[in-house]
Write a protein that binds this ligand. Sequence first.
Ligand code: UD1
Ligand code: MG
Length: 460
Amino acid sequence: MKGVVLAAGLGTRFKSEKSKLLHPLLGKPVIWHTVNSLKRGGINDITLVISEATEEIKEHLEGVEYVYQDNPKGGTGDALLSFLKQNGDYHGYLFVINGDTPLVKPETIKNMIAFLNLTEEYEGIKPSGIVMTASIENPYGYGRVIKDDENHLVAIREEKDATEKEREIKEVNSGVYILKKDDTEKALKAIKPSKVTGELYLTEALNYLAEKGLIVKVFNASEPTEILGINTRLDLAIAESVLRIRINLEWMERGVTIHSPETVWIEPKVEIDKDVEIFPNAFLKGKTKIGKNAVIGTGSVIEDTIIEEGVTVEPYTIIKNSTIKEKAVVGPFAHVRENTIIGEGSHIGNFVEVKKCTIERDVKAKHLSYLGDATVGRGTNIGAGTVTANYDGKKKHKTNIGEQAFIGSNSLLIAPINIGSLSYIAGGSVINKDVPEGSLAVERAELKILKDKGKKKLQK
Ligand code: UD1
Ligand code: MG
């Protein structure tokens, strides 16, 4: 079955300079979720109907086709016609979905297709269409569904065209359909645009089919939240909450502990192993992977990062594009970024920033440091306040620190520089020459202590 996603509309109610379909919903554009659901629902041959106003969509999707709707104000019927014009030789069913309906579950899509197959098999009929509906408390803005005793569609009445009585109907059109291509095409060519809006409604084509005595079945979504259409910023915020809770519940079912799940943000591509414990207000973004028994502290933001088994991320830690190896501890208030590797069992502590570094195992840098473009060998201790001066105003340079070294507090290591294994840098030193293995390096002005001089100065 071919899939068609209607994604050419202007979305004026969203009041944005870019298409509402490109706005982020849990870290991915709205349209990505719609297409992803279709794919996971078993629809692989997907075409999006786009327009010049929405063509930026192309930058965010893979493995789909596109056709253009010339007039993005033409309406949903006109959008589908744009697809049909290009696909004259196809005569099967189409799975059609409004691009602004990102919460439809893949299982519901599969169930709807199964419903079509069962109708064919057991009732011996090939319906002209199936429309997905749900009953919702506040149906404002949606097309209301009028049906007969056999659960067949009689008509869909758009908000603007509905009578007061019809507006009381709570069952609404989701904007998700299975349509027999040839019947739908005939109907779309027969109907006229709405007198109120000038748009050609896809729903009017279904009404036409029903009027002609053809069968359009009604299929209920499994949950009313699935059919939420994103028309306003409020819809987007509601959709984000629904999706967030849905994803968090799935992880809990798979054995992840989430404290206050209503506050935790886990994006759709994140992977989490068993017995991970996640504290409130954590953000797991992009393609992050979290290994078994890891603990993710409150307020942490972790993006495109691999967190291995048994790692502890203490509260308020930011990690991006990095790998944290087994049993390492990072934070609280640490910042790890840009291709950093933190070795097994290492500790990166309070107010330590690490950028593009390879930190080997059992290293300690527990307080107030900047490590940039550096390698640090196994077992080395980086004292509080250590800074690798990696930038000379023009270029970045590397710092290499060997194994089991001791870098005293407040050391300044001016790169490019090599500090050998087992070397000892005395606290407060400014080091601008290589320090060979096993050496002690001290760079300090001589300390003078003048007895009673302080008191005298103060009493003057
Ligand atoms: C539509 C349905 C309504 C349903 C609701 C569900 C129609 C006439 N109405 O209303 O019955 O309850 O969805 O969410 O279909 N689009 C185009 N080209 C256009 C116009 C729209 O591609 O010319 C696309 C939009 O980009 C959007 C989708 O179609 O993704 C739906 O359009 P929208 O304007 O949001 O329709 P609704 O008023 O929500
Ligand atoms: Mg809509």
